[in-house]
Design a protein around this ligand. Structure first.
Ligand code: NAD
Length: 340
């Protein structure tokens, strides 16, 4: 009901709305009566993920005239379009063009057309290896990947446009979002989807490193709730919020939890650490968003995994053992990659 009051009848632009989090956000906006346009170049997004009722424009946030034309026709902008950590590590220049250049285009257009609020989705990867945990928003920022650099640059532009031009922006720093619609065939999808596929096909799970690396895993609907609040709450303007659970979970514990959710026993193999796995521990402090926006996560890891498993089963995404391959040298391992 409150969401209907906030978004009903409003024209909302969602960049990256064909992606995992973006499509979940679009779904909620449409349910709330918003008139939603999705701008997405389908780099990792999928046309069939875009909820019915949204207008779809296939194009890039790097296309400045297109961004200006779209922002002009909307009052709210959720800017999620981004090259992900793996694509960014492989091609930092492409990441720069989308994650920094695309964000600047969105902000310049929003300034030009007096957009009522821009919400920018950043990442807890901006913290690098924290000195202490849980990580507060004003702790030291040490981006360790080109992706973290570009996400942080986007944040800085947002804050600068708020301070310098009075543009109403809010930033949410997500921490390892998982849930339904995170498609496992996307090579960049997160560790949860990959583990689910492996667990359900009876495969051994491959984990990069010793599995002791920790993350704060956030259920997608909780992340969407926080994002919607950041768009509407008066106290969110010009602010940066951690969005997580405050609960630290090791990748090994996640493997066990996935097994529990599937009702399977999981066997883990530890394989080489990768370049992007350079963050040892991460759990964020969510007191700021809890206090200022009255948001708190509603979904425990077990409940979130149950919902994710149900979606995988309903959509028939769980492969047979033969389709999924094995963990041996001849097959592509199902690995605990992208803990971001
Ligand atoms: N999923 C997570 O765990 C997580 C964690 C931290 C931050 N984030 C941030 O949340 C946002 C959404 O991430 P996601 O997990 O849904 O990823 P995703 O890859 O599923 O979604 C990103 C979307 O952006 C689109 N896109 C990429 N480049 C584009 C371009 N140049 N122009 C237009 N569209 C483009 C992709 O096609 C895709 O649909 C991103 O900004 C990401 O940095 C996600």
């Amino acid at each position: 009901m409150m969401l209907e009051r906030a978004f009903g009848g409003r024209r909302v632009l969602v960049t990256g709305g064909a992606g995992f989090v973006g499509s979940a956000l679009v779904r909620r906006l449409i349910e709330s009566g918003a008139r939603v346009t999705v701008l997405d170049d389908l780099f990792t997004g999928r046309r069939d993920a875009i909820p019915t009722g949204a207008e779809f424009i296939e194009g890039s946030v790097t296309d400045e005239p297109l961004v200006f034309d779209l922002v002009k026709r909307h009052t709210l902008v959720f800017h999620l379009a981004a090259r992900n950590i793996i694509a960014s590590t492989a091609n930092p220049r492409d990441d720069f063009k989308t994650n920094i250049g695309g964000t600047l285009n969105v902000l310049l257009a929003a300034r030009e057309f007096n957009t009522e609020r821009v919400v920018y989705t950043s990442s807890a990867s901006v913290y690098g290896n924290p000195r202490s945990i849980p990580i507060n928003e004003d702790d030291r920022l040490v981006p360790l990947t080109p992706y973290a650099v570009s996400k942080l640059a986007g944040e800085h532009y947002c804050v600068a446009f708020y301070e310098g031009y009075g543009l109403p922006v809010s930033v949410v720093r997500y921490s390892n979002v998982y849930g339904p619609y995170q498609r496992p065939e996307n090579p960049y999808c997160g560790v949860v989807s990959k583990f689910l596929i492996a667990a359900n096909s009876g495969q051994r799970l491959c984990i990069h490193g010793d599995g002791g690396q920790t993350r704060d895993f956030t259920f997608v609907e909780d992340a969407v709730d926080a994002t919607l609040l950041a768009a509407t709450h008066p106290r969110a303007e010009g602010e940066v919020f951690n969005v997580g659970t405050g609960v630290e979970t090791s990748v090994n514990d996640m493997a066990t939890a996935v097994g529990r959710a599937c009702g399977r026993e999981i066997v883990v193999d530890h394989i080489d650490r990768r370049d992007i796995d350079n963050i040892r521990r991460r759990v964020v402090n969510i007191e700021k968003i809890r206090h200022m926006l009255r948001w708190s996560p509603q979904t425990t890891l077990d409940r979130g995994l149950e919902a994710t498993v149900s979606w995988f089963r309903e959509t028939g995404l769980l492969p047979t053992e033969a389709q999924a391959g094995g963990c041996g040298p001849a097959a592509e391992p199902v690995s605990g990659s992208k803990v971001g």
